[in-house]
Design a protein around this ligand. Structure first.
Ligand SMILES: Cc1cc2nc3c(=O)[nH]c(=O)nc-3n(C[C@H](O)[C@H](O)[C@H](O)COP(=O)(O)O)c2cc1C
Length: 311
């Protein structure tokens, strides 16, 4: 059976998907990726259905191109999934066993269903659950990492196991990486870290500076930032692990979570956005080795141009 192309399925021109990154993906970042021909994404995690609907409406004001909504399964609100499915092209899930009842909600609302997976078995479950496409996330990825297999091995295992389009994710930060993953059979690339320092990013200025300062070897897979989401390893900058280990006290700062101010506990999963205050360097600075490709702040459109120059 011939695998459909990501671009055909989603209705965009460029095989690049922005990774779901709560707090980082402003509607302006998502719109910039969609307006550049890729698939912009916003997060639907930790918000009410009304708040999410308003965010989607704001996004629609700045792009008329397809976009998607990402959900973290451990924090899922099914009413948010319904709202997302009726208003977007694609709804996507991460960090939970592929579930046909969620896929059904997405299809009923009229959207495509996607699952980010970390193993061949999970890819097969996602296809069986009715997903239209999957993201194969390699061990190199920034943020929470589902599996323990490097992208190149995972991609070839998964391509041999499922017939739906496979998006490759994890450590893709340059035009060469993009070309290589496409050549290996990926239908598209999912990119997170490379957009952290985009002008439209919601990341705190000190987070952006730490990303610019870091090299490709300066990340670590850890469980240091597990308050709020235990037993889920994640890739962050080494510097924030050193900082938080030296931090004395229980509260590292304060954040604005969809309009409500909340303290950030030491070791919390919360990443620092522009509205966050406190010891930013001791918070979860999620990132992959793609930081090595980030030398300055740039518009997302310029980053898209750089990433696609070899395809
Ligand atoms: C700051 C940050 C936050 C993330 N948050 C999420 C999330 O909420 N949902 C999700 O599916 N993936 C999340 N991820 C993982 C991405 O989906 C993706 O697998 C990863 O960014 C790919 O690797 P890269 O960062 O090297 O591009 C996050 C990644 C980063 C860097």
């Amino acid at each position: 059976m011939t695998r459909k192309l990501f671009t055909q399925l989603v209705g965009c021109d460029v095989p690049i998907q922005l990774a779901g990154m709560p707090g980082i993906n402003t509607v302006y970042l998502a719109a910039a990726v969609s307006n550049s021909g890729g698939l912009g994404m916003i997060s639907g995690t930790h918000m009410s259905p009304d708040y999410l609907s308003d965010a989607i409406d704001s996004l629609k004001k700045v792009t008329s191109y397809p976009f998607g909504i990402n959900f973290l399964v451990p924090f899922l609100d099914k009413d948010c999934v319904k709202a997302a499915a009726s208003k977007s092209k694609l709804v996507e899930f991460f960090y939970g066993n592929p579930d046909s009842s969620l896929v059904e909600i997405v299809h009923k609302g009229g959207a495509l269903a996607c699952w980010q997976i970390g193993s061949k078995e999970e890819a097969e479950q996602a296809e069986k659950a009715g997903c239209d496409l999957i993201v194969a996330q390699g061990l190199e990825a920034g943020g929470h990492v589902r599996g323990d297999i490097k992208l190149s091995s995972l991609l070839s295992e998964v391509l041999n196991s499922v017939n739906i389009p496979v998006i490759a994710a994890g450590g893709i930060g340059t035009a060469e990486d993009v070309a290589e993953a496409l050549k290996a059979g990926a239908s598209a690339l999912r990119i997170g870290t490379r957009f952290l320092a985009a002008k439209e990013s919601g990341a705190h200025a000190k987070y952006i500076q730490a990303v610019i300062n870091a090299g490709a070897e300066d990340t670590v897979l850890t469980e240091t930032f597990s308050v709020g989401w235990p037993h889920a390893h994640h890739r962050v900058l080494k510097s924030c692990v050193e900082e938080v280990n030296e931090f004395e006290g229980d509260i590292v700062g304060e954040r604005d979570l969809v309009g409500v101010k909340k303290p950030i506990l030491k070791g919390s999963i919360a990443l620092p956005t522009k509205e966050t205050t406190g010891n930013i360097e001791a918070m979860a600075l999620y990132a992959s080795g793609s930081v090595g490709a980030i030398k300055e702040t740039k518009s997302a459109a310029d980053i898209m141009t750089e990433l696609t120059k070899e395809i």
